[in-house]
Design a protein around this ligand. Structure first.
Ligand SMILES: [Fe+2]
Length: 292
């Protein structure tokens, strides 16, 4: 049973669920009640349960149809579904996880083994509110133009991870890619692939079917400075500035305590990180598709 539940901050829909004397094991929380809280809130922090990264995965499995690999991050379990996220200590701008690819997961899970002494908070903002607060001109821009992403030389071994088996054949990979919306691809003789992915920056949320500005525009802009639309034009600097100001204004944060677990709706929320300067900070993540 859930004894104590609070809102995160004063404006967020997000909730904190606390352990209690009669419930200190995260795995004994009632799944259906958690789902009822998660659907409208989109972010839940579980506090006081002393969650380890193994427990995070076991708990996530109760809600998930499938884990999604993040092959760019160091993996810490034998299935390669738990990742160590602490690459660098700098600020990370808000983004939805893997929104630049057709393999975007429904949920992002984080657990904290050791918080930074100062800073290092995970930030998050509600894409529904960001979309509501962008100017009409910017909204029209993102309604009229989709974003385009292009990838070359994707190794077959990477694409196999997104099929149901590591033993996938080229035909299995083609079947998987054929089933994805917005994807055009070419598989070369050495089985590597090139892929074009077209996707709107404004997406429908999984649980309320509302428009949400939940994407990787700011994160890609921080890396490339050129985020492209389908027609080849670039997202203008003044639009990037408007998105930055809007997300800054709406940003909430998780001040980590050791043993915290966070469950975030990746179809609605963007998340990021405040900078820190503490080598001891340890946060783990896993990504999954939800089965409810
Ligand atoms: Fe992320």
């Amino acid at each position: 049973m859930i004894n104590k539940i609070e809102s995160i901050g004063t404006t967020s829909t997000g909730k904190i669920i606390y352990s209690s004397d009669d419930c200190q094991d995260i795995l004994s929380l009632p799944v259906t009640k958690i789902i009822d809280v998660f659907k409208p809130s989109g972010v839940i922090i579980f506090r006081g349960f002393g969650v380890t990264h193994e427990q995070m995965k076991a708990f996530a499995a109760l809600f998930s149809s499938k884990f999604v690999q993040d092959y760019k991050r160091p993996q810490v379990d034998s299935d390669k579904f738990i990742h160590f996220v602490d690459a660098g200590m700098e600020n990370c701008v808000p983004h939805s996880e893997h929104a630049y690819s057709p393999f975007r997961p429904d949920a992002v899970w984080f657990c904290c083994a050791f918080p930074a002494a100062q800073g290092g908070e995970t930030t998050f903002c509600d894409g529904i509110r960001v979309w509501e607060e962008l100017s009409e001109e910017t909204r029209q821009l993102f309604i009229s133009k989709k974003l385009k992403f292009y990838y070359e030389d994707i190794p077959a071994v990477v694409l196999k991870r997104f099929t149901s088996t590591d033993a996938a054949s080229t035909d299995d990979i083609k079947r998987m890619l054929d089933g994805l919306e917005g994807v055009k691809y070419e598989i070369k003789e050495d089985e590597s692939a090139s892929m074009e992915y077209v996707s709107s920056a404004v997406v429908k949320t999984k649980y309320s079917n509302q428009d949400a500005f939940a994407n990787s525009v700011l994160a890609l802009h921080a890396i490339t400075e050129k985020v492209a639309f389908e027609d080849g034009s670039i997202v203008p600097d003044e639009v990037i500035e408007e998105i930055e100001k809007t997300t800054d204004r709406l940003m909430e944060h998780i001040s980590w305590q050791a043993g915290d677990l966070a469950m975030i709706d990746n179809s609605r929320f963007m998340h990021g990180r405040r900078e820190f300067n503490d080598q001891r900070r340890q946060i783990f993540s896993t990504l999954s598709n939800l089965k409810f």
